[in-house]
Write a protein of this length. Structure first.
Length: 280
């Protein structure tokens, strides 16, 4: 039997993290499946009582989403169009019950290769905010998730928020997920696409690919190809070669490695056509 902590103040939670090697928990939608046991071992830190880690706020420089904010809150929040891909991903994460309890911080810290929340956040240039008794540290999400189930959280740190720079919250976006069925499914592949368009020209683009390797990745080469191009023909510029160096898919019960690789360029084309208003 582990030792259970449920502080009501962030400072008390950080004191626990500094004193013992505690496992932070919130929605617990993945943790029991990960440990394959009926009891959580060791010290457990329940962060659901910490108001400082909840909610969505906006400043002149950034958007801040508390780590303990649920996917339901994200799905229902009135974000600007650039966040639509994140809201769409939130609506496809598990069941309604999972969305009510699962948190954005948990999705990131679980670091599943098929985590639906990570590609949209990558396409928003998300920054992970970590707190400890030593202060605040910020790490780009692309550097925070280092591998399958691996993150760059240091001893004594607690993920406190996800920060989106205002400069990356521009344009409009969409999230497209391929699975064996519409709901309650782990992705075969998925893409998040954000395009900033003016006078039918793509001023900037952000494209992230998930479920096709140990970590989700940005398609930087494709973004460079699309920037400055006309939106109406942009989907025709997507080629398999843009993704060859990014993808290292596995074969499993959901799909073969070859199939996963084949689907990515088509999902990106569909996303660009959706944002261009050219969807069939």
């Amino acid at each position: 039997m582990g030792i259970y902590h449920r502080p009501s103040k962030l400072k008390d939670a950080l004191a626990v993290m500094a004193a013992v090697d505690a496992r932070p928990i919130a929605g617990c939608t993945d943790v029991f499946a990960a440990i394959e046991a009926q009891e959580l071992p060791g010290e457990v830190l329940d962060i659901t009582g910490l108001k400082e880690l909840k909610g969505i706020t906006e400043t002149k420089d950034f958007w801040r989403i508390g780590a303990a904010t649920s996917w339901r809150e994200i799905r229902c929040f009135e974000f600007p169009p650039a966040f639509e891909m994140l809201r769409q991903a939130a609506s496809e994460i598990g069941s309604v019950q999972i969305q009510n309890t699962g948190t954005i911080g948990g999705n990131i810290c679980n670091a599943s290769p098929a985590a639906d929340g990570i590609p949209p956040l990558l396409a928003l240039d998300a920054i992970v905010e970590l707190r400890s008794q030593q202060g605040i540290r910020e790490v780009a999400l692309a550097d925070f998730v280092t591998g399958a189930r691996c993150i760059a959280r240091q001893k004594g740190e607690l993920v406190s928020a996800i920060v989106i720079p205002k400069g990356s919250a521009t344009g409009r976006s969409c999230f497209v997920k391929l699975g064996a069925r519409k709901h309650l499914v782990i992705s075969i592949s998925m893409v998040a696409v954000r395009l900033d368009i003016e006078n039918s020209i793509i001023l900037s683009s952000a494209i992230a690919i998930g479920a096709c390797g140990p970590v989700a990745k940005r398609a930087w080469d494709l973004e460079d190809t699309l920037n400055g191009k006309a939106i109406d023909a942009a989907h025709n510029l997507v080629a398999r070669s843009h993704f060859d160096s990014l993808l290292s898919p596995i074969s499993d019960i959901r799909g073969s490695a070859d199939y996963r690789a084949v689907t990515v360029d088509e999902l990106v084309r569909r996303s660009i056509k959706l944002l261009a208003g050219l969807a069939d």
